[in-house]
Ligand binder design. Sequence first.
Ligand SMILES: NC(=O)c1ccc[n+]([C@@H]2O[C@H](COP(=O)([O-])OP(=O)(O)OC[C@H]3O[C@@H](n4cnc5c(N)ncnc54)[C@H](OP(=O)(O)O)[C@@H]3O)[C@@H](O)[C@H]2O)c1
Ligand SMILES: *[C@@H]1O[C@H](CO)[C@@H](O)[C@H](O)[C@H]1NC(C)=O
Ligand SMILES: CC(=O)N[C@H]1CO[C@H](CO)[C@@H](O)[C@@H]1O
Ligand SMILES: CC(=O)N[C@H]1CO[C@H](CO)[C@@H](O)[C@@H]1O
Length: 254
Amino acid sequence: MKVLLIGATGNLGLRLVAALLTHNHTVVAFVRSAQKLQNLVPESIYRQISVVQGSAKDSDAIKRAILDANCDAVVNTAGVAAMAPWAKGDLPEIFKAVVEGVKDAGEERKKPLRTWFLAGQSVLCYPGTQSMLSDFIPIFLEHRQNLSLLHSLPPNSIDWSLLCPNTMIPSSATITVPASPTSKLSASATVPPSWKDSWVRHVPLLGRRVVCAMNASKYKTTLEQNAEFIAADLEAGQSQWSGKTVGVIDESNV
Ligand SMILES: NC(=O)c1ccc[n+]([C@@H]2O[C@H](COP(=O)([O-])OP(=O)(O)OC[C@H]3O[C@@H](n4cnc5c(N)ncnc54)[C@H](OP(=O)(O)O)[C@@H]3O)[C@@H](O)[C@H]2O)c1
Ligand SMILES: *[C@@H]1O[C@H](CO)[C@@H](O)[C@H](O)[C@H]1NC(C)=O
Ligand SMILES: CC(=O)N[C@H]1CO[C@H](CO)[C@@H](O)[C@@H]1O
Ligand SMILES: CC(=O)N[C@H]1CO[C@H](CO)[C@@H](O)[C@@H]1O
């Protein structure tokens, strides 16, 4: 596919450049500074991609980038959610602008774009309940409103998925295009995969909160694994993750 990658200079964005190329996608990087991207990736990789400069808060610029390059998919990794409930990050503004730009581009080309957005594990549901994990541990709350926005979209305006990883760490500081993908993630829709509940959840008020905290480290993944997951999914014409929040776990932790 031809993929508009918004936020290519970020931790996850840089790994996505490599993973998308590994999967033979055509990469159009949307960044605030082409120079910064050029400094961050090897020359051999930079030569294989095209770059559009603009702000992810500018929905018109996003729409134009999609239509000008004739992209059929989008990945947005720009913007970071504020961790504390009272804090304000720039993700909400970016998220809203990207949603608008992608939706408008879809309308104009009369076909919704396959689009991956990023949130965090806190918007997945506690298995067996209707409550989000962030009901138990109230962090990264900005992702919640942004999920509501996706849910409120009219049908067929964006073919979206929302990746909801826990902490992502780099497995390598250098950006390379591996000939074949490395270790894999297991995924599930709506809830964290391979959740092992415990009697502790029955402890009044605090129980489920404790289970969430105790389980958190199990869900640590690498940036490279998440990039690989998205790049591989974009190879499929139709994805099982359409319209879903998606939880992931390293297969070796299952
Ligand atoms: N890292 C984690 O452990 C983790 C866990 C769960 C979820 N997430 C989510 O995953 C996403 C990616 O995380 P990350 O660690 O890759 O973040 P990051 O390294 O901080 O990258 C953020 C990217 O956003 C870009 N950006 C910010 N404002 C922009 C604007 N106005 N226009 C264009 N680009 C803009 C930055 O570009 P510049 O280079 O120009 O600043 C940078 O490329 C975030 O939404 C985060 O909330 C992260
Ligand atoms: C990408 O294309 C190369 C060369 O055509 C091919 O050998 C490789 O298997 C492809 N990779 C994937 C993941 O399809
Ligand atoms: C696009 C969208 O709905 N963004 C919302 C994300 O969440 C913040 C609140 O944290 C809202 O103000 C934004 O409107
Ligand atoms: C997957 C996982 O790590 N599950 C653990 C969650 O926390 C409970 C204790 O509260 C453990 O028993 C589970 O093994």
